[in-house]
Design a protein around this ligand. Structure first.
Ligand SMILES: NC(=O)c1ccc[n+]([C@@H]2O[C@H](COP(=O)([O-])OP(=O)(O)OC[C@H]3O[C@@H](n4cnc5c(N)ncnc54)[C@H](O)[C@@H]3O)[C@@H](O)[C@H]2O)c1
Length: 254
């Protein structure tokens, strides 16, 4: 059993909650962070060895308090999973500055702020950061000028962290999920978008939260002790596929 402490942001539901459950199964303690207090309390209630901390990762003062409170409670931080995220699908011409900032302040500023505030604690444990990007940060698509750009920036921020923090034995890696039917995705995936994704993916299906959590937990664990600065897509092969997958599938059947 690990007996280590993971801080997971956006832990009230979706991928963050699945990651929390997996850490707990593997013997970690988890600081569950979310700004949705009702959902957070509900999700945390029955999880032994996890504690809920209601904070907004996009607000610098809150982030500093959050790290202090987590350290007071647990005494150490061995892994930070920057998972809190928001999505919006808008045409480039209709993405006004407030819509742009709403995405950037959580998806990019939040990752920067939480990681930076956790650096002293991570240096002590020679810990790990896992940032959650997206396939939308690896491949451009319509309606994602803010979301895709925020996730591409998270991928580069991960590499910056790996370079600078490697001197202290701290690792940083990025997991880029493909589509998973969470509240975030279902708010922006219409039936047409869902079938377009299914067509474009070699594995031909959406992923589930647990499949993403497995990659996150691996990168936080000692099993990944020589892995840093890497970007891993857990995406059913979406990123690797070229054009015309449906047509080629059909041709292969004939
Ligand atoms: N679901 C997908 O298809 C998919 C695909 C690629 C990447 N991702 C990424 O995975 C991560 C998790 O997404 P999910 O699908 O589980 O979404 P979700 O909406 O189910 O969960 C996100 C959680 O983050 C919390 N949150 C949002 N902003 C916050 C903030 N500023 N401070 C604190 N908490 C905040 C929300 O309250 C929510 O509980 C996100 O970074 C998302 O961009 C998801």
């Amino acid at each position: 059993m690990e007996n280590k402490v993971a801080l997971v942001t956006g832990a009230a539901r979706g991928i963050g909650l699945a990651t929390t459950h997996l850490f707990i199964e593997q013997g970690w303690q988890v600081a569950m962070i979310d700004r949705d207090s009702a959902e957070l309390r509900k999700s945390c209630r029955d999880i032994a060895n996890a504690k809920a901390f209601e904070y907004d990762v996009s607000i610098p003062e809150q982030v500093d308090l959050m790290i202090d409170e987590v350290l007071t409670e647990f005494g150490q931080i061995d892994a930070v999973v920057n998972n809190a995220g928001v999505a919006d699908f808008l045409p480039i011409g209709e993405t006004d500055f407030s819509a742009w900032r709403r995405i950037m302040e959580t998806n990019l500023d939040g990752v920067f702020l939480v990681s930076q505030a956790a650096i002293p604690a991570l240096k002590q444990t020679k810990g790990a950061i896992v940032n959650i990007g997206s396939i939308s940060g690896l491949r451009a698509s319509t309606l994602r000028v803010a979301y895709g750009t925020s996730k591409a920036a998270v991928i580069h921020l991960t590499k910056q962290q790996a370079i600078e923090l490697g001197d202290f034995g701290v690792r940083s890696n990025c997991v880029c999920p493909g589509p998973v039917k969470t509240k975030l995705a279902m708010a922006v995936h219409s039936p047409e978008i869902i079938s377009a994704y299914l067509d474009a993916m070699p594995l031909g299906r959406y992923g589930n939260e647990r499949e993403i959590a497995e990659v996150i937990a691996f990168l936080c664990s000692d099993k990944a002790s020589y892995v840093t600065g890497q970007v891993i897509a857990a995406d059913g092969g979406f990123e690797t596929a070229g054009v015309g997958l449906p047509a080629l599938r059909k041709a292969a059947e004939e």
